[in-house]
Design a protein around this ligand. Sequence first.
Ligand SMILES: [Mg+2]
Length: 179
Amino acid sequence: MSHRLLIDTSWTLFLDRDGVINERLINNYVLQQNEFVFCEGALKALEKFSSCFKYIFVVTNQQCVGKGLIMQEDLNLIHQHMCEQISLSGGVISKVYAATELKEDPLSTRKPNPTMAIQAQKEFDGIDFSKSIMVGDTDSDIEFGQRLGMKTVLIESGEAIFSSPDFRFASLHEFSLAI
Ligand SMILES: [Mg+2]
């Protein structure tokens, strides 16, 4: 596969949150707004993506809600803050989907379960998974994208990865330079 992804404005971008948009807290959750720190260059990347893609969705596993570490309302406020900052720098997030159930929940919508993308497809017109890209930093992100027939991009975190993403980049910013 070439190093450049040939896309047009009919494509959809799905983004993992922690480790892609904001700095991941190792073995911990972002529970407060001041713990949400954008990765270097992420805002700039999101501005660029907003003119390249039809939609940009955030799909994030946040079982911190299921564990009772944060209220759903407070998670919503963190996402509202995130979207405001992105919008102030010229980017647009169409919608944030968060899977807040515990891993053990048999009805869990967590990645790699494809539920969040299918929900987006129900709510927004014209999402074609074969013209979609999933960007994440873990195997569950890559598997999520692959199950849906998306192109997959791994943001390398230094952690071991067992899946086979289509592309690998050091950061969201690096990926934005390849589009
Ligand atoms: Mg992540």
